[in-house]
Design a protein around this ligand. Structure first.
Ligand SMILES: [Zn+2]
Length: 277
């Protein structure tokens, strides 16, 4: 795809391309030595890590997101609701109800192409509003479902992304016995990955377009010596809560991959690659 200016015309061209490309390409990511991400064997920690953490597993948006990340040889961070692809799924709100959601055929395909697919709950219940035993049970069922359906899934390497970024102290202290880490609400800028880091916090903006808020958070990150920005995004081109356009994402990744101090990475990969260096 050629480079685009953020014109209205370019926006529609990109949108059309997204709608017309629901069949998956099999290109995936190139070998790591070609990537903008830190090279294999080069374990030097980047000064700034940026994770756009895409929630809710919208089919069209997830396919388009993966394609745009692949253009820059990057892995997308996609967090999905275990049962959202089932006909029996009861969407908890209009922003999830309004669009088609992917299934594990798609998630396995995207994972195989080098993207990160992580749990975003069993059925998108607000776990803070449930009795502790029920919340734990839903998390266990979510992780069991992933173990059964997502090839190569290992809960001990997973990041659990709380629905509504809504956790409790009890769940936060219990979750590290089940997963490597969890993402919940809080400050957008985390310390760089380090040993023992189990709580990742993020921000987001909605229900309207969140591009200005992303830009403001990136400017804050780059104004610091170092840090790890985790920003909770959802869908593209009008899909989901607080969407961005595919044209914006494309230009943003183009810009970020040109900045030497920045690595754009999914959360689990950032932890596994840099929490011990
Ligand atoms: Zn969600």
């Amino acid at each position: 795809m050629s480079k685009h200016r953020c014109t209205r015309r370019a926006y529609f061209r990109l949108t059309d391309a997204g709608a017309g490309s629901l069949l998956l390409s099999s290109c995936g990511l190139k070998k790591e030595q070609d990537s903008h991400q830190p090279k294999a064997g080069n374990r030097e920690k980047p000064k700034h890590i940026i994770t756009l953490s895409f929630d809710d597993g919208f089919k069209k948006s997830s396919i388009r997101t993966a394609q745009i990340y692949e253009k820059y040889n990057l892995s997308a961070c996609i967090n999905i609701v275990a049962t959202a692809g089932l006909k029996t799924f009861n969407p908890p709100g209009e922003y999830i109800a309004g669009s088609d959601r992917g299934d594990f055929d798609l998630w396995n395909e995207l994972k195989q192409r080098g993207h990160e697919v992580m749990p975003h709950s069993y059925k998108h219940a607000n776990l803070r509003q449930l009795p502790l035993a029920e919340a734990k049970d839903l998390i266990r069922r979510c992780l069991d479902y992933f173990s059964k359906e997502l090839k190569g899934f290992d809960a001990k390497k997973a990041v659990f992304n709380f629905p509504y970024n809504s956790s409790t102290p009890e769940l936060e202290s219990w979750l590290p016995t089940q997963t490597k880490a969890f993402r919940t609400g809080g400050g957008a800028i985390n310390p760089l990955p380090h040993a023992g880091q189990v709580k990742l916090t993020c921000t987001g903006y909605g229900p309207g377009n969140c591009e200005k808020d992303i830009e403001a958070n990136i400017a804050q990150l780059l104004g610091r010596d170092s840090g790890w920005l985790i920003y909770n995004t959802h869908g593209l081109d009008g899909e989901g809560w607080g969407p961005i356009t595919s044209g914006f994402l494309d230009k943003l990744l183009e810009r970020l991959t040109a900045i030497k101090s920045v690595a754009v990475m999914p959360a689990g990969k950032a932890l596994s690659q840099f929490s011990t260096v």
